[in-house]
Design a protein around this ligand. Sequence first.
Ligand SMILES: [Zn+2]
Ligand SMILES: [Zn+2]
Length: 138
Amino acid sequence: MLTGEDVEDLRVHLSRLPDAPEVHETVVLACGYHEDERPTWMYVEADARAGVARRRCLQCARSVGLLDSDERWTHPPMWSCGGCHQSIGEVAAGLSVADGEHVTWVVLGVRCTECGRIDGLTDMVLPGTPLTEVLERL
Ligand SMILES: [Zn+2]
Ligand SMILES: [Zn+2]
């Protein structure tokens, strides 16, 4: 079982995936609706086959669909840890960036806040979307 001590370990994991496009940037997803903090504990729903994901902040319960996920939503079940079965995780994205500013691939992973287990969630191929736009929509 793959585990991480903290969300940094998840970022490292995402940047070293075998048999995957090279990941140049990693981002810890956080809720943007708070003034002084960016909470990272969340529930997440993801469909690996459809390449969609949605996260919900543990503190304020606001949901955000990643990139165009809301338009293609497939109603996947909420992620729960394969080790300890609870559903609160920290989520990070790995980005494959062409020429330093256009994202061609996004991969999402989650780390269980209880036992530290790291799971893959989904990935999405993008047509070279500007990095700044992707960062706003994760
Ligand atoms: Zn929130
Ligand atoms: Zn767990």
